[in-house]
Ligand binder design. Structure first.
Ligand code: GUN
Ligand code: ZN
Length: 446
């Protein structure tokens, strides 16, 4: 029993995942949130008298959900490039390496301009919050002050975030968009120190080597040491496309695999999340499992850049931690609902190719978008599902929201309501968003 007062209570349907059950449904439940934003109790509606005495809340603290509504955990975007939001929905006509050189690096170099950065970063944080992303793991750009600004904006709007200043000391194509190894290391240290000094409760720095081809081995090793010494998160990209893997073999001839390049530099830890991994071998997946490193599956990006098709079932069978990501703007959608749908599509393509393949269920993919993401980011003690003591990160969903995209002909059971929302819903169905017990959508006036 928590010692702080109850701030508010919801009564109605809760849907969430547990390690054992991909979908657990609690009907006519009571969920209480304390003044620190933590879940204080979860009980049954008929216990309301008893709970109100134990936790001392008045009937006026209780909000009753309507029959088309439910609460679900906030979604977790384990991989998104905040700067690339500026060109989302365009420029998807090239494979990865050409796409980086022709579109991405020129755009990212513009974030030296803090006014431009402020505009784009404010938009991406607002958009993802409206879309139900309560936690985001962001790449910024190489610019430390703009990355700090992204940290400030996520804090101001109340989104939980990992924010990374991008590190790259190799870039032959766009030579003005790179750092020296020394600059990269010094600026990373400054970024970490300044972000931690601000004591934002929900925002943490993440050590961010862009990917092996953008970094010398010396820089990778320094960043591995920095993460270790400060016990920090790490994010990067791995095995996204075949041409990239070939390039890594050429650049790091002494490493036995792409994963080995990172592993040698202490970059595979239980606080690491690597995007993509479409082409990892089973041996590399075993190394992920051993080190506790996680993967972020970004299906929209993998389709849009024709990078590859990750076998999610195989990753799950290897017991590698796995979350979903939008990978804006290799992925054109900033909505985690899109990541859910594309993950299901990808799994069905694998079944079309091989009837023995065990297709993912929507319940399993729902878990990846919520609890799986929190595990991938090692934030599952704070968020990911409804458990007493965790922070209340939640979406209030109305499947039949007036003016929304879903027509309900009649009352539907919770499981059907969730399935319809995942397949057909959008931000019009997301009535309220909470992070750590604070209502962040509708936006608070700044
Ligand atoms: N690999 C290195 N940088 C990037 C990036 O910005 N987007 C994607 N999709 N892959 C990358
Ligand atoms: Zn990416």
């Amino acid at each position: 029993k928590s010692s702080t007062a109850i701030a508010f209570v919801y009564r109605g349907t809760l849907v969430h995942s547990t390690p054992k059950e991909a979908l657990q449904i609690l009907e006519d439940a009571l969920l209480g949130v304390d003044s620190e934003g933590k879940i204080a109790f979860i009980g049954e509606g008929n216990e309301s008298q008893k709970l109100s005495e134990v936790f001392r809340f008045s009937p006026s603290a209780v909000t009753q959900l309507d029959q088309h509504e439910f609460l679900m955990p906030g979604m977790i975007d384990t991989h998104i490039h905040a700067s690339q939001y500026s060109y989302a929905g365009t420029a998807l006509d090239m494979p990865l390496l050409q796409w980086l050189n022709n579109y991405t690096f020129p755009v990212e170099s513009q974030f030296k301009d803090l006014e431009f950065a402020n505009k784009v970063y404010t938009q991406v944080v607002k958009r993802t919050l409206r879309n139900g992303t309560t936690t985001a793991c962001y790449f910024a750009t190489i610019h430390t002050d703009a990355a700090l600004l992204l940290g400030q904006i996520t804090n101001d709007f109340g989104q939980r975030a990992l924010v990374g200043k991008v590190c790259m000391d190799r870039n032959d194509a766009v030579q003005h968009y790179r750092e020296t190894s020394q600059e990269s290391q010094d600026e990373t240290n400054r970024f970490i120190k300044e972000l931690l000094n601000r004591k934002y409760p929900l925002v943490k720095p993440v050590v961010t080597p862009r990917f092996a081809p953008s970094c010398t081995e010396a820089l990778l090793a320094q960043l591995g040491a920095t993460a270790k010494n400060n016990n920090l998160h790490i994010q990067s990209h791995i095995s996204e496309n075949l041409e990239e893997i070939k390039l890594v073999k050429e650049l790091f001839p002494k490493s036995e695999s792409y994963s080995d390049v990172y592993h040698k530099c202490n970059l595979l830890t239980d606080k690491t999340v690597m995007a993509h991994g479409c082409h990892l071998s089973d041996k590399e997946l075993a190394l992920f499992r051993e080190t506790g490193a996680a993967l972020s599956h970004c299906p929209n990006s993998n389709f849009s850049l024709c990078s590859g098709l990750l076998n999610v079932r195989n990753v799950l069978n290897h017991k590698v931690k796995l979350g979903l990501g939008t990978d804006v703007a290799g992925g054109y959608s900033s909505s985690m609902l899109d990541a859910v749908r594309r993950t299901l599509d990808g799994s069905k393509v694998l079944t079309i190719q091989d009837r023995e393949h065990k297709t993912l269920t929507f319940e399993e993919v729902f878990r990846l978008a919520t609890l799986g993401g929190s595990q991938a980011l090692s934030l599952d003690e704070q968020t990911g599902n409804f458990q007493v003591g965790k922070d209340f990160d939640a979406l209030r969903v109305n499947v039949a929201a007036p003016g929304g995209p879903i027509d309900l002909i009649k009352y539907e059971e919770p499981q059907i309501r969730l399935e319809k929302f995942l397949n057909l819903g959008d931000d019009r169905n997301i009535v309220e968003v909470f992070v750590a017990g604070r209502k962040v959508v509708p936006f608070r006036e700044a």
